[in-house]
Design a protein around this ligand. Sequence first.
Ligand SMILES: [Fe+2]
Length: 314
Amino acid sequence: MITGPDDVTAAVLAEVERATNPRTRELLTAGVKHLHAFVRETNLTEAEFQHITRIIAKLGQLSNESHNEVVLIAGSLGVSPLVCLQNNGSGDYETTANMMGPFWREGSPREENGASIVRSPTAGDPIFVTGTVVDLDARPVDGALVDVWNTSGEGFYENQDPRQADMNLRGTFVTDHNGQFSLQTIKPAGYPIPVNGPVGDLLRAQGRHNMRPAHIHFLINKPGYKTQFSQVYSNDDPNLDTDVQFGVTAALIGCYVKHDGATDRAPDPGVTGTWYSLDHRFVVEPGDNSLPKPPITGKAAVGVPVSEILQRTP
Ligand SMILES: [Fe+2]
């Protein structure tokens, strides 16, 4: 019989014991304990409780085929990066794994190493990317598929931007016997995450901006190795220390080197102005190479998204 606050927690935990799956029981037990502890620690009021339930409902109501507010707030609260770091790497080395992000599309065109993935005229400076994939013993991993995608110099992925060709700035490469791959793309720009829902309210309440620092995404896949999603951040971005999704780690700050085409010849002789180069090393670990369900499937038919940009308070 429930007669007071402590009885409620005990009653719920007793019911959790009925779950037959041990992992389900473990997750539910810890979840109930932490939730109840939160209510006690904060002396949560009835009005605050109702407010929180409205926020959680809104997260679901705003989520659809092309937008996931739940994933967005998980990143904005640092939960997704924590899960990533807890499940990749070890005390011996810093992992190059990072969040998948909401813009990975399956089936980007297969390209030869060195090829350009600029498929239509695109704003931004050219960048020549080389990468090396190694295992935990620093041995090159050959024959790995490396799927690459990034925004234009205006901060839009092709699926968001009807002006860009289908699969622009997306392509899949294969590592050679040295574990290396190479390509040409456009130097990406940072971009704002949407702030028209609970995530925006969260950021405004804290005086945070809503920017992600510029980055290039990589997805490395080879049987025998754990699928690795990675993002390599631009070392010249002003928001590296305040990424709204807490994704930047030391191992993922890339050395984006600026070159003057007049004095420094680009790998592509057609490039005569400013260009960039980036070389990065990825460490993969043994494991399952299955792929998750892609978060998006195609291009948006409407115009580029207009996202409000929040300023960080001093
Ligand atoms: Fe991204």
